[in-house]
Design a protein around this ligand. Structure first.
Ligand SMILES: [Zn+2]
Length: 127
């Protein structure tokens, strides 16, 4: 039996698909740089009807994921700068702040994706 890559966990997370069916989109727009629609999610999956908001304040947990993802992004940048330029406070702060701003839409969305994938199992909800 051929394994369907479009239903894999990594593909579903990378493409921001529903954790239950991995077919419906989690966000209303695919482009995270449309900042007015950054957090716009449909209330339910259009394919399998899985709720994207299982409880009030569900995405508060994504803040902790966001912190961890931010650290995972910034620490390598810090050490690369340290390796190539040595410790210079102002360029380092400017680079780290700039990279955080540049990665913010992705960090925000992927934190939500990670959080909903941690809490909702694949194929866990029957139609
Ligand atoms: Zn779904």
């Amino acid at each position: 039996m051929k394994k369907d890559k479009k239903n894999s966990l990594a593909f579903g997370m990378f493409k921001m698909k529903c954790p239950n069916c991995r077919k419906g989109d989690l966000f209303e727009t695919k482009n995270p740089w449309i900042l007015s629609k950054l957090d716009s999610m449909p209330p339910r999956c259009p394919v399998c009807n899985q709720s994207y908001f299982p409880e009030v304040g569900f995405y508060y947990g994504a803040m902790y994921i966001s912190y961890m993802v931010s650290i995972a992004v910034e620490v390598p940048i810090f050490f690369l700068m340290l390796l190539f330029f040595g410790f210079q406070l102002v360029p380092m702060v400017v680079t780290l702040c700039t990279s955080l701003i540049l990665f913010f839409p992705y960090i925000y969305r992927y934190s939500r994706v990670l959080w909903i994938y941690v809490t909702i199992p694949y194929g866990g909800i029957e139609k």
